[in-house]
Design a protein around this ligand. Structure first.
Ligand SMILES: [Zn+2]
Ligand SMILES: [Zn+2]
Length: 174
């Protein structure tokens, strides 16, 4: 049974150092919590740390499709919830029925702008917005721990053409 991070043995070759670091933090978490460290769990975790982007359970299983062995959705769900518990993955609710996830490592704090049609996620950060939120918290006597700011609208493609990826995806299913 593997006890450390597995970076070798996958088709992509070597992952970068920060991915290895996150993987060993995650296996330490599993060990401490008394969870089994299976090669499948580490494989899914490695893929997630590798993505460095917002993903859904669907897009993740799509990304894992080329694996020789089938990875069940139950396994994927389990890993995701363990990684959220470990504080290495943020769960986002972007106002859709589907949940988005985002690895914490290698990213500064940012806010999100979401296309209500195709689900495109644009990250942004603005010092004035950050400052105003802190000022408002202070005014209300709060000590801020965290915040999440999601703005919803039409992406540039939807604005320009009247349709974006959702329409295209539906066309593909026909
Ligand atoms: Zn869009
Ligand atoms: Zn983000």
């Amino acid at each position: 049974m593997p006890t450390g991070p597995v970076g070798t043995g996958t088709e992509e070759g070597s992952a970068d150092a920060s991915v290895h670091q996150e993987l060993s933090r995650f296996s330490n978490f599993l060990k401490q919590q008394g969870f089994k460290i299976t090669s499948q769990r580490l494989l899914v975790a490695e893929k997630i740390f590798d993505l460095k982007d917002h993903f859904t359970v669907d897009s993740l299983s799509e990304a894992l499709k080329d694996r020789r062995s089938e990875i069940s959705r139950a396994t994927i769900y389990r890993i995701i919830s363990l990684m959220v518990e470990a504080g290495q993955l943020i769960e986002h609710n972007f106002g859709q029925s589907v949940k988005y996830y985002e690895p914490v490592h290698g990213k500064e704090h940012h806010d999100h702008m979401v296309c209500t049609d195709c689900g495109l996620i644009q990250e942004f950060h603005h010092q004035d917005i950050e400052r105003l939120q802190e000022a408002m918290a202070e005014k209300l006597g709060f000590e801020l721990i965290d915040h999440s700011l999601n703005l919803y609208g039409k992406c540039t493609v939807l604005k320009a053409t009247g349709k974006c990826r959702k329409a295209e995806a539906e066309k593909r299913l026909e």
